[in-house]
Design a protein around this ligand. Structure first.
Ligand code: GLC
Length: 405
């Protein structure tokens, strides 16, 4: 597929191969445990908030453990908050002492993170908030030209540090961005591409770049690389009161829905102050990881395809294979329509069994699917078809009027 990107085509292909990644929100706010906006929402003065840096002591192996968890869970890339809106940096920077190297932690967490990702073979994403609540220029706004210029210069310097000091970075995830012209987003992005020729840049900076981004909903941007990021409970940064975890079934539904529409899922963890991921969160992620071991071929590197279903089945394609995730139990007989190809075989991925079927024009009638136990995670069938997939539109419901999200 052709994507509108500034990055090289191979970078775009890599992003689509990933499909599933881990977002990590970790910083001083984790100590308070009421989410990453706590400084702003509770109006904590910077003099008081910044003292948290003296208590910030991540567990020795926590960074490696995040990445090991991501890997076990079938995630193919990660994205760490190198600096969130509170301005505290998890990396070594000459711009400010307000960072994890020059305070109690005494560690460059971004360095640990890129090393761990590299070792595990995960794509490396860096989240950077352009806006910072500890920066006088950002608080004053562009009306104070001098302070604003200082703020912009510092941000540019930090972005260059991040893009120069850690080897290859695959993905830059911007957040907290003022209007692009006010901080010369185009200029710094050109410089970033010079430093990192293969990087993918998120369009959250406000200029047209590589990756469209949605938060908490399915974005669907046909013809573009895109990603939706979601929380695993209801909060990005650690919230010790938030127990509203998504289930593994819910995550699989989300992942397969996004993939069906051509996008990636960036799913968040908010580690506790010592850097541990809550057991409820890791349990869900690991269950999804087990599911992906069997059904991952329906997710990684797949593309939307022209078949269109309207009854909860969610499908992806790769070459001559079409994958359909069966979420519910509709009994042993299933009818799947809209297929303009001859179907050669139907295979149930979790058992490896071939399923008996008959084909009548654009329909296949499956026979002999076992009942799905309510506790069982969704099952995936793989259709092997002749030639490239040809969709036959539903005569009473046109795909352009309906999108599965
Ligand atoms: C929002 C929030 C932020 C979170 C981010 C994740 O922009 O401000 O706290 O990091 O979304 O996408």
């Amino acid at each position: 597929m052709n994507y509108k990107v500034k990055a090289p085509v191979k970078a775009a292909e890599k992003f689509n191969e990933w499909r599933y990644g881990m977002f990590i929100h970790y910083g001083l706010y984790s100590i308070i445990g009421r989410g990453e906006w706590v400084m702003c929402k509770e109006r904590i003065p910077i003099e008081e908030y910044s003292r948290l840096a003296e208590q910030f002591k991540p567990g020795k192996n926590c960074v490696k453990e995040w990445i090991a968890l991501a890997k076990r869970s079938g995630m193919k890339y990660a994205c760490l908050t190198a600096r969130h809106h509170d301005g505290f940096c998890l990396f070594d920077t000459a711009v400010t002492n307000y960072n994890s190297v020059k305070t109690a932690a005494g560690r460059d967490l971004v360095l640990e993170y890129v090393d761990a990702c590299r070792e595990a073979g995960l794509g490396i994403g860096i989240y950077y908030s352009v806006g910072s609540w500890e920066e006088p220029g950002f608080i004053a706004g562009p009306a104070d030209a001098e302070l604003w210029a200082q703020f912009v210069a510092k941000d540019h310097a930090q972005l260059k540090e991040l893009m120069s000091n850690y080897g290859r970075i695959d993905y830059l995830f911007y957040d907290g961005c003022p209007p692009p012209a006010t901080w010369d987003a185009a200029g710094i992005n050109a410089e970033i591409r010079r430093l990192q020729p293969d990087i993918l840049i998120s369009e959250r900076c406000g200029t047209e770049e590589d990756v469209a981004s949605s938060e908490g909903h399915c974005g669907a941007h046909p013809g573009k690389l895109w990603e939706s990021c979601y929380t695993l409970n209801d909060t990005w940064g650690y919230n010790r009161f938030d127990r509203n975890w998504k289930t593994s079934e819910g995550v699989i539904r989300l992942l397969t829905s996004l993939t069906h529409n051509g996008g990636n899922l960036l799913l968040n963890v908010g580690p506790a102050p010592d850097g541990t991921v809550q057991p409820e969160a890791s349990a869900v992620l690991e269950q999804v990881g087990e599911w992906l071991k069997i059904n991952g071929e329906a997710v990684y590197g797949t593309e939307p395809h022209p078949f269109n279903y309207i009854d909860q089945e969610i499908s992806t394609g790769k070459g001559n294979f079409i994958y359909i995730t069966l979420h519910g139990d509709f009994g042993p007989e299933r009818v799947i329509c809209g297929i303009g190809n001859k179907v050669r075989s139907v295979k149930l991925l979790n058992s490896g069994k071939m399923i008996a079927f008959r084909q009548q024009h654009d329909k296949i009638l499956l026979d002999g699917l076992e009942h799905k136990h309510p506790e069982e995670l969704p099952r995936v069938i793989r259709l092997d078809i002749e030639e490239a997939p040809q969709g036959i539109p539903n005569p009473v419901w046109r795909p352009e009027r309906f999108r599965v999200c």
